[in-house]
Design a protein around this ligand. Structure first.
Ligand code: ZN
Length: 198
């Protein structure tokens, strides 16, 4: 026998498949949704569908954007010869929030992890190498200081250095295993300014 109605059970199932949502949170959310006015639920559902339909990868840096090219890549005042390589969009947001970085970005959407079976072809690395055929002077590797982040940084620098592009790594003021998005702005800025050439 089903504990709740079949619809509720299905809703809980769908919600608990989302990252970071356990079964308890999923039930709480499901009951919350059921108690909301229908118009509010419709608005939420529509917002999700619209985001899914309209958001796309920037053709240059692979961040998520509403247009073909994101505002950073489209900005001519940014230094397009300096590319900061990041693991995810949240890290990009962290650097943009400080407002002190004038270059452009490249989002890998992950990091190399032999243990998890994630290889170089599973992240946006090919796409980065393609960009280096243009006028790029420096690639700043700002992957996390976790094992995966360091592995990725080493792998990328090994490929890029022979291409004659300067490769730097953000300073290790960033705590080991620390996710960039949780680090305060001063530490983040110091890590960027104190970057070392690989
Ligand atoms: Zn972009």
């Amino acid at each position: 026998m089903e504990l709740y109605s079949g619809y509720i059970t299905k809703l809980i199932e769908e919600l608990s498949a989302l990252p970071g949502i356990g079964e308890k949170s999923a039930s709480r959310l499901a009951f919350h949704l059921i108690h909301l006015p229908k118009a509010k639920v419709e608005r939420l559902a529509n917002t999700m569908i619209q985001a899914k339909e309209h958001v796309q990868y920037c053709k240059e840096c692979y961040t998520l954007t509403d247009s073909e090219i994101c505002p950073v890549c489209a900005n001519e005042k940014r230094d397009h010869s300096t590319i900061m390589v990041l693991e995810n969009i949240r890290d990009l947001a962290a650097y943009e929030k400080i407002g002190k970085y004038a270059g452009v970005y490249h989002v890998l959407h992950g990091a190399i992890s032999p243990m998890m079976g994630i290889g170089p072809s599973d992240i946006k690395l090919k796409e980065l190498l393609k960009r280096l055929q243009g006028e790029v002077k420096e690639v700043i590797i700002a992957t996390n200081s976790s094992l995966e982040g360091e592995t990725t940084a080493m792998y990328i620098s090994k490929i890029i250095k022979p291409m004659g592009v300067k490769v730097t790594r953000i300073a290790s003021g960033v705590p080991v295993g620390g996710d960039l998005e949780y680090i305060d702005e001063v530490t983040l800025l110091r890590a960027l300014e104190g970057r070392i050439e690989l």
